[in-house]
Design a protein around this ligand. Structure first.
Ligand code: ADP
Ligand code: ZN
Length: 625
């Protein structure tokens, strides 16, 4: 894991190689004058050489320094002179096939010796070195790309042991998801007092599946369970299991459970269970996911095999329970599910309270206002929000975090960073301004629509060019027909404003229209809210997967019904369109005034909007129209 170790192995390896070669050239190739064989023979005849060492390929020896004129080429003589070195020089010559050499040497009375080839070095170089290089490269690759840190660790689980006293997560850190927390309390209780449960013969769940959108606090909750119970927490992510070598994942699962059982009572937490536990057999390439299936099978086997009485409880998290292999959800496996919803108004406030524990707020600060302005935020978003607000306050050099900082942070978190610098052409800006003004005015003129909190024509995120933020007065679980109709009107407000002012329409309303159409369809086909369709509900056909490709599924109603649903959608949209047109025609002056204000200021707050709406002049003209 540590990058340091990798550089260690590569760097030192190369250095060692270089050192080895240098050493070799110094030790085994001292400077010697290279002579041709004929020169050597001439020197032998004149008795100028001594101490010969003969080996298979070379002859080396000592050369008398003087009296060489005529025997060697002139350059060589000069070279020898420059080298100095007293009376003798080393020399070497390549040996040629010369059977008469030995008798000639004897005749000239030259001392000579043979040499047995010293082979350990060449053996080393020709055999061991390539092997070392090979192993080295392999080890480096394994370290880089392999599933494990070391060669020997294949199959050893990377599960980390978190001991609760160190992580320090408790239920106090988890807020706003009381129901899920309540259900997991029981698990904590069991882990703390296993004997009490065993004695009464109670059946303890083996696996609990925590289901919830990303960032809703699934991991946090699992850690809190371990923390509260004071047991080791083994955590792994489903995607960790999916390794490149077949069999490694399965080995890891085995090892993980072995470790957990050894340390029982303990908790095994598997994040992203869906990465591992996707329903088998829907993959497009047959046999393409052998590895995942093997791992999943091993997991199922472990789930069945181990004994709850020992006190190991498996928690798993997923945000897509519907794609899980049904085998995982059978009794005795993950037979219990705990669902974490997105937090509601009160929940958001509680979560914010947890995260501002260490943040200094201005004295008049009201967290409930922030909670009201963040519908749809999950715990992770709220944590991020608090952090952004604190950073903003710090940047501005304030000594407490205030509402203005949160305003800024909400803007950031909601739609990505403001891109004021983005060049948007004035015509586009004008269209966006009228479009958003249309939404806002319709919203304010409808009894059941949420109040407008803010209107902006600053482009944010990838898609939205502007937005009208509405603040729901409360969290809603039920909606009446009148409320849905008002929502429909608000959605069409943008498009109608463009129509009225420019006599032309833009692509900007695509998302609004999509949502309006869906809403109209649901009203007619799902909620039984249209006279023409009556009380029957007609769900849209579920998409069936065939070889992972969505295919046309059988509708559960007739062609005729389909036509009637379409007609009903059209009717609802037409009616809404008429109503909105009427409203905006009557408020045309106000629409223009609001759009101008938007073009100028880019952002209009609720106060600004209120001031405009109560402007007598604009009101008066409205009644004239
Ligand atoms: P998940 O596993 O569901 O994707 P996490 O548990 O990793 O989400 O949550 C990420 C972070 O968001 C947590 O570390 C915590 O700071 C914050 N958070 C999420 N839900 C809550 C909550 N209910 N109460 C307090 N903080 C939360
Ligand atoms: Zn719109």
């Amino acid at each position: 894991m540590e990058p340091k170790q990798q550089t260690f192995s590569i760097g030192y390896f190369i250095a060692a190689l270089i050192a080895l070669f240098l050493l070799q050239s110094v030790l085994f190739a001292p400077h010697a004058e290279n002579l041709s064989y004929s020169e050597f023979k001439a020197l032998v005849k004149k008795g100028k050489v001594s101490n010969l060492v003969l080996d298979k390929q070379t002859i080396t020896g000592t050369l008398a320094a003087d009296g060489l004129e005529g025997l060697l080429a002139r350059e060589k003589l000069e070279e020898l002179k420059r080298a100095g070195g007293g009376g003798t020089h080393r020399f070497a010559t390549a040996r040629v096939d010369d059977p008469g050499l030995v008798s000639e040497l004897e005749a000239a009375n030259v001392k000579f010796a043979g040499r047995v080839e010293n082979t350990w070095l060449s053996t080393l170089l020709s055999w061991v070195l390539p092997a070392v290089v090979f192993v080295g490269v392999w080890a480096v690759l394994m370290r880089r790309f392999g599933p494990q840190q070391g060669l020997m660790a294949i199959g050893k689980s990377r599960a980390k042991v978190y001991v609760e006293r160190k992580t320090g997560v408790t239920f106090d850190d988890v807020a706003g998801i009381d129901e899920a927390r309540g259900e997991l309390m029981e698990v904590v209780d069991f882990l703390k007092n296993p004997d009490r449960y065993r004695r009464l013969g109670g059946k303890i769940p083996k696996g609990v599946l925590i289901v919830g959108a990303p960032g809703t606090g699934k991991t946090l909750l699992a850690k809190a369970v371990a923390g509260e119970a004071g047991v080791p927490f083994f955590s792994l992510s489903g995607s960790d299991f999916v390794e490149m070598f077949v069999g490694v994942g399965a080995a890891r699962v085995r090892d993980l459970f072995a470790q957990a059982q050894e340390k029982a009572p303990s908790i095994v937490f598997i994040d992203e269970l869906d990465a591992l536990g996707k329903a088998r057999g829907i993959s497009p390439i047959v046999g393409g996911h052998d590895e995942r299936e093997q791992t999943l099978n091993q997991l199922l086997a472990e789930l069945d095999g181990f004994d709850t009485q020992k006190g190991v409880i498996i928690l798993a998290a997923t945000n897509r329970p519907e794609i899980l292999d049904p085998a995982l959800l059978r009794p005795g496996r993950f037979d219990r599910q705990v669902v974490i919803d997105r937090p509601d108004l009160k929940g958001r406030e509680k979560i914010l309270r947890v995260h501002v524990r260490d943040v200094k707020l201005t004295p008049d600060f009201d967290l409930s206002v922030v909670a009201a302005r963040t519908p749809g935020f999950v715990g992770a978003d709220l944590a991020n929000l608090v952090n952004e607000a604190a950073l903003h306050a710090a940047r501005e050099g304030k000594d407490a975090v205030g509402m203005a900082d949160f305003d800024e942070a909400i803007d950031r978190v909601v739609g990505g960073l403001e891109r004021k610098s983005r060049v948007i052409n004035p015509k586009e800006k004008e269209i966006v301004a009228y479009h958003e003004a249309g939404h806002a005015l319709v919203a304010e003129s409808r009894e059941h629509a949420d109040r407008v909190a803010k209107i902006s024509v600053i482009p944010r995120g990838v898609a939205a060019l502007g937005y009208t933020q509405q603040q729901p007065t409360e969290d809603r679980y039920l909606m009446t027909r009148a409320e849905l109709l008002d929502r429909l009107d608000v959605l069409l407000g943008g498009r109608v404003a463009e129509e009225l002012i420019f006599g032309d329409i833009s692509t900007g309303a695509q998302d609004d229209l999509q949502r309006a159409t869906d809403m109209a369809r649901h009203m007619g086909a799902r909620y039984g809210m249209s006279e023409a369709l009556g009380l029957a509900t007609f769900e849209a056909p579920r998409q069936a997967l065939f070889l992972n490709v969505p295919s046309m599924a059988q509708r559960e109603y007739s062609e005729d019904t389909a036509r009637r649903i379409d007609a009903e959608i059209e009717k609802l949209l037409e009616a809404a369109h008429g109503r909105v047109r009427e409203t905006l025609t009557a408020k045309r002056d106000m629409l223009t005034a609001l759009a101008k204000m938007l073009i100028e200021k880019e952002v209009v707050s609720r106060d600004g909007l209120m001031a405009l709406l109560s402007d007598e002049r604009l009101r008066a003209r409205k009644t004239e129209a």
